[in-house]
Design a protein around this ligand. Structure first.
Ligand SMILES: [Fe+2]
Ligand SMILES: [Fe+2]
Length: 305
């Protein structure tokens, strides 16, 4: 029943969508090297992320921290998210380039927009790296299994599963960044970077959502099942990234494993995750991509109740 709405909705033609996105890209694209004020002061009393977004916010461990430690934790957590962003965007660029390569139709607006999005993501990753350096931190690595998996993702994910994975990567961070832009407790530098990212990501989300909605009615059972699974597994990957023990180690927490355990069960953290997923999950629901055995994984991720 619910499923019918997104599918029945009159969808713009693929080329029309891409043409609009190309037009918007021509009007509102940013060059972070010149458009972010990298020299601006970083006031010592401001957080590097919205405090409520911090995985340990509100826990007894958080309550025992000094204001300086809390700010350092916020810095390390945003650096961790940006490190995840670089990993994700690099995979996405490879998927888009692979798609462009295989379509053989560079004259199509759809392929031209794919190239445009690659250019955006390329600038984003450079912006994240620069921000990590500017706040005086080092990027975080990823677990070995994800490193290996990421190598094969562009081959493993095509069609609906590709778009589903893309949306999970983009929409969760997008909601959190939107909240940060408005948060005056957050460093102006972080807010500036977030704003650029949010503006450009709006187009990426539109591109992926439209592509997924067009694809689902044509997808066979196997592709749908694959997409369901990829959505749930991506949710687990993102949620695992959000409680990185290396972050806790860097801020000097003596038992990082215990901190991670605490963060995973932290009701404030769970609430932030539910809010972050509140746009993408109903969209997946409309397309019939929620439900079945994958729900176990979704619940494990904490993004849905
Ligand atoms: Fe991006
Ligand atoms: Fe993106």
């Amino acid at each position: 029943m619910v499923r019918a709405t997104a599918l029945d909705q009159k969808r713009l033609d693929k080329e029309q969508v891409a043409a609009k996105l190309l037009d918007a890209s021509a009007k509102h694209s940013f060059d972070p090297v010149h458009e972010v004020d990298w020299e601006q002061p970083q006031p010592s009393d401001l957080f590097y992320a919205t405090p409520e977004h911090i995985s340990l916010y509100g826990t007894p461990l958080w309550e025992r921290m000094t204001p300086e430690q809390r700010i350092e934790l916020s810095k390390q957590e945003i650096v961790n998210i940006m490190s995840m962003g670089i990993w994700f965007e690099t995979i996405l660029m490879r998927m888009l380039l692979k798609m462009a390569y295989e379509r053989h139709r560079p004259e199509s607006r759809h392929v031209q927009y794919a190239y445009t999005e690659v250019a955006d993501e390329c600038r984003h990753s450079l912006m994240f790296i620069r921000m990590i350096e500017t706040v005086g931190a080092r990027p975080y690595g990823r677990p070995g299994y994800l490193n290996t998996l990421g190598r094969y993702v562009p081959v493993l994910l095509q069609g609906a599963p590709m778009w589903v994975g893309t949306l999970m990567g983009e929409e969760i961070v997008d909601v959190m960044q939107r909240e940060m832009i408005r948060d005056e407790r957050v460093q102006p530098l972080v807010r500036q970077v977030s704003k650029i990212h949010v503006i450009e990501e709006t187009r990426h989300v539109k591109y992926a959502r439209e592509a997924l909605a067009r694809r689902i009615p044509r997808a066979g059972r196997l592709e749908r099942e694959h997409a369901r699974l990829v959505a749930a597994e991506s949710a687990v990957v993102v949620s695992e990234f959000m409680v990185n023990p290396a972050v806790y180690r860097r801020v000097g927490i003596t038992d990082p494993a215990a901190a991670r355990h605490l963060a995973k069960r932290n009701e404030h953290h769970i609430e932030v995750k539910r809010r972050a997923a509140a746009k993408v999950v109903p969209f997946f629901e409309e397309l019939g991509l929620m439900g079945g055995p994958a729900m176990k994984r979704w619940r494990l991720s904490g993004f849905v109740a």
